[in-house]
Design a protein around this ligand. Structure first.
Ligand SMILES: [Zn+2]
Length: 256
C-alpha cells in the first residue's frame, strides 16, 4: 500500500485545508471546505480529482465552500451529525467511532467536542495521520465556544492517546502565538524552547509550522501537559486536578 500524499494549502487569514491523495486508487480527500477557490485550485495544481470531502465542524471558515466544491467535483461529503448547527450538503453523517473507507483503508472518526459540540476528527491509523480541526492546534487548542473545560480535556485526551508518530494536521496557523504563551506557562521546558525557536525561524521564512508530530505536541503543548507537575507548579496549582489546570490554561490563553 503506497503512502498517502498530503498537500496542505492556506486560505483566509490563517486557515489550512489539506488534500490527501492515494496514487494506487486515485482517490483524493479534502479536509474542510472554508474556501472553494483555494481547494479547487490546489486540486487543479496537483491534477487530482476529489472523491471525498471531510468536514470537521460547522463553523463558516470550514464549510462556506462546501456546496461549490461538491457541485464542481461530485465528491461525497462526510461530516458531523447536526449536533450544533446543521451543515447543508453532507451525504454521510458520522459520529464518535464511525468508520468509513477511503482509498482501501479505514478512517476512524473521533468525536472531540469542546470548541463546538459537533467537532469530528479524522484518524488514518495505517498512515499515522490525524486531522484535528479546531480541537488540537500545534502547542494550543481551540476556544471553548460550545463546551466546557472537562469536555475539551476529554476530547484532547482522545487525541493524546494516539501514537507518538502520528502526524497532526490542524486547521489554523496559530503556532507562533501559542509558542509564546506556552513559554509563559511552562518556562523550564527545554523541548518547548527548542520548538519555539524552530517556529520563530519557520515563520520568519513564511513557512508553515503545521503539521507536527503528536510526540512533539505531547512534550511542548501545555494543553497536553495538564498532568505535568512542573507546569502545575508554574501555575501555582500543584496538586490541582487536570480539569482545573486545563480550565486555567484555557482562560489565560483567552486573555493572552
Ligand atoms: Zn472553528
Amino acid at each position: 500500500m503506497a503512502a498517502l500524499e498530503c498537500v496542505q494549502f492556506p486560505y483566509g487569514s490563517d486557515n489550512y485545508g489539506v488534500l490527501v491523495h492515494d496514487k494506487d486508487s486515485g482517490q483524493t480527500a479534502c479536509i474542510d471546505a472554508g474556501d472553494a477557490l483555494s481547494a479547487l485550485s490546489a486540486l487543479d495544481t496537483q491534477g487530482w480529482t476529489l472523491s471525498h470531502l471531510l468536514i470537521t465542524h460547522h463553523h463558516g471558515d470550514h464549510t462556506a465552500g462546501l456546496m461549490d466544491i461538491k457541485n464542481s467535483t461530485g465528491c461525497t461529503v462526510i461530516g458531523p451529525e447536526a449536533l450544533s448547527a446543521p451543515i447543508a450538503g453532507i451525504d454521510q453523517h458520522v459520529s464518535d467511532n464511525s468508520e468509513f473507507e477511503f482509498a482501501n483503508r479505514t478512517v476512524k472518526v473521533l468525536h472531540t467536542p469542546g470548541h463546538t459540540t459537533d467537532m469530528m476528527n479524522f484518524y488514518f491509523a495505517e498512515d499515522n495521520l490525524v486531522f484535528t480541526g479546531d480541537t488540537l492546534f500545534s502547542m494550543g487548542c481551540g476556544r471553548l465556544f460550545e463546551g466546557d473545560a472537562a469536555m475539551m480535556l476529554n476530547s484532547i485526551n482522545k487525541l493524546k492517546a494516539l501514537p507518538d508518530n502520528t502526524m497532526v494536521y490542524c486547521a489554523h496557523e496559530y503556532t507562533a502565538t501559542n509558542a509564546r504563551f506556552a513559554l509563559d506557562v511552562d518556562p523550564d521546558n527545554s523541548a518547548l524552547k527548542t520548538r519555539a525557536a524552530e517556529v520563530t525561524s519557520l515563520r520568519k521564512d513564511g513557512k508553515a509550522t503545521v503539521p507536527s508530530l503528536l510526540g512533539l505536541e505531547r512534550q511542548t503543548n501545555p494543553f497536553l501537559r495538564t498532568d505535568n507537575p512542573e507546569l502545575a507548579a508554574s501555575l501555582s496549582m500543584s496538586g490541582a486536578d487536570e480539569v482545573a489546570i486545563f480550565a486555567e490554561l484555557r482562560e489565560r490563553r483567552n486573555q493572552y
